[in-house]
Design a protein around this ligand. Structure first.
Ligand code: ADP
Length: 439
């Protein structure tokens, strides 16, 4: 590795340069060596963070090596490390590109000495990991990958070999890789819906790498994860695709740097999608949804429409507290993902005001199309289709989204439809165009 500046991207193609990838792989390996010096030693100095997760002197040692190295390689690219100060969401929202680092993933594995802890470095560009390095120092293994350069594995003393994987066919038996430290009832419920060939336990970000090298097919994870835990492994997974990246539902640089649940490695081909219409009440979600559903049905596409209000009526106990709204969104999202697994295109219309609940659904789906029906509050209030805004202004409804409750607009929806001054036909045409492009 050279100590001089390395250019981040190839000026011709905009992709990551091989030099940068190799330099970052070497840096992650050096950080792994720094952490290994504490491995099995008495001077581990375990302390506990606010959230209760353990942090050791090894985490800090790896962090110092990585942050110092990245600053030298790419002085202009900011670094976010689990062990450093985390810049605010507002600051980060200005960034197109940054390093996302977990100096030591699997601290529990590190302390229990099963060899599965990893060092993780990823480069995020526009919400996508375009470079990722995962090093398992105790077993002498490095995975590295980048957009346009593929994914590779290098075992100590051996030549690098390509890491490749293909998506399973829908309905085919799948080998599951699951967390050693996070069993959950949700996982068991999800697995009951799959043809499971085998279940393998693994720690840390190596689970992504096992899917990337075809040793497992599916990595489901229920419950929140921090973005730095997944970014590098996700890159190895994505660029293990042959001819094109594997499909990953994970997005990066969210305000809280947190993912909700996700399923990595599911089937990628075949029909079906979950089209999730979100926006204020009266924005036009159900109007556009019904129009699109009618058009798809006329073409013979198997399609289902799930309307938030209708499903609320089926579960009359659903209120409008944060918990109730969240449960409602997850319930509808789960149903939608099950229908999608059978090739159905499911169009859902729900206000779904919280980003985290929408991301939960995104993680469950194979093709998730988030449609932000962007209509201003003033226009929704003028339309006042259901008379809700008038009642809210009179104080009869306390927590109407947009007035007494927040609406967290999607940051990067697949489709944004600005309805004002536009006909319903023009609005639904925008969505159909996107669906027809098959992206
Ligand atoms: P939501 O389902 O988002 O609560 P609705 O679809 O029930 O909203 O109501 C939206 C209202 O806005 C309808 O009366 C619809 O006719 C009107 N509208 C005006 N322009 C548009 C447009 N471009 N797209 C969708 N709806 C529109």
């Amino acid at each position: 590795m050279t100590a001089s500046k390395t250019s981040v991207t190839n000026p011709n193609s905009g992709t990551v340069t091989p030099d940068l990838l190799m330099a970052v792989a070497a840096l992650a390996e050096a950080a792994g060596q720094a952490a290994l010096r504490f491995y099995g030693g008495a001077d581990l100095a375990v302390s506990f963070k606010d959230g209760g997760s353990p942090v050791t002197a090894a985490d800090h040692a790896a962090h110092e090596v990585i942050v110092g190295g990245l600053r030298q390689l790419t002085p202009d690219v900011p670094v976010v490390s689990e062990e450093g100060d985390i810049p605010t969401a507002e600051t980060r929202s200005q960034w197109r590109r940054f390093w996302l680092v977990d100096p030591l993933d699997g601290t529990k594995e590190f302390i229990s000495k099963n060899g599965e802890f990893t060092v993780n470095i990823a480069l995020i560009q526009d919400g996508v990991p375009v470079l990722g390095v995962v090093v398992a120092p105790a077993v002498g293994r490095t995975y590295y990958a980048a957009a346009g350069l593929g994914a590779w594995r290098r075992d100590e003393g051996k030549a690098a070999i390509p890491v490749r994987s293909v998506a399973p066919e829908a309905g085919a038996p799948v080998r599951i890789v699951e967390s050693r430290s996070h069993p959950s009832p949700e996982l068991e419920a999800f697995l009951a819906t799959q043809a499971v060939a085998e279940r393998v336990l693994a720690g840390s970000s190596l689970k992504f790498c096992l899917v990337a090298e075809g040793a497992a097919d599916l990595y489901p994870r229920f419950g929140p994860t921090m973005e730095w835990d997944t970014a590098a492994g996700d890159a190895v997974f994505r660029y293990s695709g042959i001819g094109r990246p594997r499909r990953s539902s994970l997005r990066y640089n969210q305000p809280d740097l947190r993912h909700q649940s996700f399923v990595i490695g599911g089937p990628e081909s075949g029909p079906g999608a979950v089209v999730w219409m979100t926006g204020l009440s009266g924005a036009g979600k159900s109007t556009i949804a019904l129009d699109v559903v009618a058009r798809l049905r006329a073409r013979g596409v198997p399609v289902e429409y799930l309307d938030g209000d209708v499903i609320r009526d089926v579960f009359p106990s659903t209120g409008f507290s944060r918990e109730d709204r969240d449960a409602h969104i997850r319930r509808v999202g789960y149903l939608a993902s099950r229908l999608e697994a059978h090739g159905v295109t499911v169009v859902c219309a729900l206000v779904s005001p919280y980003r985290s609940s929408r991301d939960f659904v995104r993680g469950l789906c194979r093709r998730f199309v988030e449609v932000y029906v962007a209509t201003s509050l003033a226009e929704c209030e003028r339309r006042d289709v259901k008379g809700l805004y008038a009642r809210a202004r009179k104080g009869e409804i306390a927590n109407l989204t947009g007035i007494g409750d927040v609406y967290e607009a999607p940051e990067r929806p697949e489709v944004l439809i600005a309805t004002e001054g536009k006909t319903v036909e023009a609005s639904s045409a925008e969505l159909l165009d996107y669906l027809d492009r098959g992206v």
